[in-house]
Write a protein that binds this ligand. Structure first.
Ligand code: SAH
Length: 269
């Protein structure tokens, strides 16, 4: 990636109080706050990580937004999955370049971006037209066009058309309704992952996964505690996000080999 900023790039400006402003560079553009006007031209051609000044002398650190920065500042319709959970989801789902993934629902596209950036090919099912449009706009705006990403306006509870999928990732209220369709849509050894806000939902999902002979089911939550580090004052921050969601993963076993006709069952001898 070019280390200098050019027209059309997104730039995150961070002031002395660590307030963050996401802008898109335009020729002749201006960034206005109570601390004065900063011309975009002072950033065009400047390296990532530069410091710029507004007309009245306020200083801003200018950096390219990371995926996490973008997720936290992009336009949102639906609640997004936060970076704290996005990273672990990639590992739980074992996402790899070229992985064929079904994602439902796509909401604002935070998880879509994370999957695409890790090299997955993603088909999204989404109920709401406005969210589908927002997700696609967010993905294109952060990752550009031409990615292996398609969003279909449909209800995943009605079934899944894709077959031979490597992974299915769900962020919706009743994932147990997707377990049976997932069995047919995933390849043997494929991984099913669900993000759920309450443990009652997790219990219902785990029962459905067991009943459908999914294997290696596991549920985790990720607790992230940030630290205040300033001189001799080094301690955990006073506040932390107490809860976001539970992550559940399970694998589709190969179909059990069909017993030959007349063969004894496991309990008959
Ligand atoms: N993971 C997303 C947020 C998803 S919010 C992100 O990180 O940005 C949940 C989304 O699921 C909503 O957009 C909702 O419209 C969609 N949804 C709920 N039930 C659905 C269903 N049965 N089929 C498809 N999409 C569904």
């Amino acid at each position: 990636m070019d280390p200098t900023f050019s027209v059309g790039d997104r730039v995150l400006l961070i002031d002395a109080k660590r307030r963050r402003y996401l802008i898109t560079l335009r020729e002749g553009g201006e960034f206005h706050t109570h601390a004065g006007i900063t011309p975009h031209d002072s950033l065009i051609g400047a390296p990532d990580g530069s410091t710029v000044r507004s007309g009245s002398g306020a200083r801003y650190l200018a950096v390219r937004p990371t995926l996490a920065d973008f997720v936290l500042s992009m336009p949102r319709g639906a609640q997004v999955i936060y970076p704290k959970d996005l990273g672990p989801l990639l590992i739980l789902a074992d996402i790899f370049p070229g992985a064929r993934v079904l994602e439902a629902g796509v909401g604002s596209g935070a998880l879509s971006m994370t999957l695409l950036r890790a090299g997955a090919e993603v088909v999204g099912y989404e109920l709401r037209e406005d969210f589908a449009a927002k997700a696609q706009a967010n993905v294109a705006s952060f990752l550009g066009d031409g990615l292996p990403y398609r969003v279909e306006l449909r209800d995943v509870y009605d079934g899944i058309d894709e077959t031979g999928l490597d992974r299915i990732l769900l962020d919706l209220p009743e994932p147990w309704r997707v377990v049976k369709p997932a069995l047919g849509a995933l390849r043997p050894g494929g991984i099913f992952v669900s993000y759920l806000p309450t443990i009652v939902q997790v219990a219902q999902l785990r029962e459905a996964l067991d009943a459908a002979s999914f294997v290696l089911a596991e549920t985790i939550e990720v607790l992230q505690r940030s630290w205040h580090v300033e001189g001799q004052s080094v301690r955990p921050d006073h506040r932390m996000v107490a809860h976001t969601g539970f992550l559940t993963a399970a694998r589709r076993a190969a179909d059990p080999p069909a017993a030959p006709p007349g063969a004894p069952g496991p309990d008959t001898e």
